[in-house]
Design a protein around this ligand. Structure first.
Ligand SMILES: C[S@@+](CC[C@H](N)C(=O)[O-])C[C@H]1O[C@@H](n2cnc3c(N)ncnc32)[C@H](O)[C@@H]1O
Length: 277
């Protein structure tokens, strides 16, 4: 699977017209893609640089690029809602997903977070993804394979319930990322598999879920005081005197929760509030 260089047969290419409509094709020698402005020959694209314009037979102009991972994640088929890219970025950075890390993830869902994690851990790292639903595991596998061109050697996608997972099943884990309805039910597993100092992150959509998982982390007593936040991204229109924030944004996706595993037997100092004057 090529991520850069001139277009080759087999590449998935995004064509964008003057109205910013996107069409995705897989380059196949001898084939054509038909638009309302006539056909575009795949052979006219194969061998070209990314970022060039191809013309249809009736004079329509289409800008050609390969999909970025963000394009793939937002356009791929979904079994379950995906972690939105702005939140995936927070998880990679705040979750300190490093090259070579051993990461445990659940549920795999549509595979969006799996793709970001696989990129971040690199070839020397390892990602184990659990998914309890057979239909969802199919989406995750197909979406990842389509993006990477095959089953990544460092990805272990398993059908199963994370609540039943033991350290014997996964070995030592540096980072855990959960995206599911009831992550508090998996906290025992997270405690058992995460190494001291390991980072745990979870993603929950509603306030009751947030409260329940924060309380669950505190009750276990083997994590640092959890942090919770959300990320808001607002695009701007920048056009002379009309420069201003865009009217529309994805105002709420989900909350992010973060905690680190303490060494066994450690009691963290209680967070102290500043005395009132
Ligand atoms: C919102 S989706 C995850 C989406 C995924 N993070 C993505 O970005 O594509 C939640 C998934 O968690 C799975 N799930 C829920 N509880 C689980 C558990 N205890 N163990 C494994 N998977 C679980 C569900 O079947 C569902 O597919």
């Amino acid at each position: 699977m090529a991520y850069s260089g001139r277009f080759r047969a087999g590449d998935r290419v995004q064509l964008t017209d003057a109205k910013r409509r996107h069409f995705t094709i897989t380059l196949t020698p001898g084939e054509s893609f038909f638009t309302h402005k006539g056909g575009i020959s795949h052979d006219d694209i194969i061998g070209q640089h990314e970022g060039t314009v191809v013309q249809s037979h009736l004079g329509g102009e289409y800008l050609c690029f390969r999909h970025l991972l963000v394009d793939h994640v937002l356009s791929m088929p979904r079994g379950a809602a995906v972690i939105y890219p702005k939140d995936a970025a927070q998880i990679i950075v705040e979750g300190d997903i490093f090259p070579g890390a051993r990461v445990l993830e659940a549920g795999a869902g549509s595979g969006a977070m799996s793709m970001w994690l696989l990129r971040a851990v690199g070839e020397t790292g390892r990602l184990i993804s659990y998914e309890v639903r057979e239909d969802h595991i199919g989406y995750a596998r197909d979406n990842v394979v389509e993006q990477t061109g095959g089953q990544p050697a460092n990805w272990d996608l398993r059908l199963g319930d994370l609540r039943d997972v033991t350290p014997e099943d996964v070995g030592e884990i540096d980072r855990v990322v959960l995206d599911m309805l009831e992550p508090w039910e998996c906290l025992g597993t997270v405690r058992d598999v995460l190494i001291p100092g390991g980072v745990f992150m979870t993603y929950v959509a509603t306030v009751p879920q947030l409260m329940k998982v924060m309380e669950g982390i505190r009750e276990l007593g083997c994590f640092t005081e959890p942090r919770a936040w959300e990320s808001l991204v607002r695009e701007w229109k920048v056009e002379g005197l009309a420069t201003r924030p865009e009217h529309r944004m994805n105002a709420h996706t989900a909350f992010l929760v973060w905690a680190r595993r303490l060494a066994d037997g450690t009691v963290a100092p209680k967070p102290q509030r500043r005395a009132r004057k």
